[in-house]
Write a protein of this length. Structure first.
Length: 116
């Protein structure tokens, strides 16, 4: 499975961005996809996830502001980020978890910078 993330950039606080992550390869084995982020000097943290059935989960810090969605026809997962805050500044990574075999794949990061 290969993952190609895009959509990062510079935005002012209160603004919005949408990240995209397109999957290719053995996509039929993908069960869960998600987004994590890593800020400078901090550990990578889970931001949001979505299963093949559409169930979602979010970190408390982004609930109500971020929305994860999935277009199975395009093999793409999105992260709509609204009301962005400077503390959302980080490199955002998408991941895909396959079931057979159980493997976690990571895409390259995309940088999101929120200015105050």
């Amino acid at each position: 499975v290969q993952l190609q993330a895009s959509g990062g950039g510079l935005v002012q606080a209160g603004g919005s961005l949408r990240l995209s992550c397109a999957a290719s390869g053995n996509i039929f084995s993908i069960n869960h996809m998600g987004w994590s982020r890593q800020a400078p000097g901090k550990q990578r943290e889970l931001v949001a996830g979505i299963t093949s059935g559409g169930s979602t989960n979010y970190a408390d810090s982004v609930k109500g502001r971020f929305t994860i969605s999935r277009d199975n026809a395009k093999n793409t997962v999105y992260l709509q980020m609204n009301s962005l805050k400077p503390e959302d500044t980080a490199v955002y990574y998408c991941n895909a978890l396959t079931t057979m075999p159980m493997t976690n794949y990571w895409g390259q990061g995309t940088l999101v910078t929120v200015s105050s």
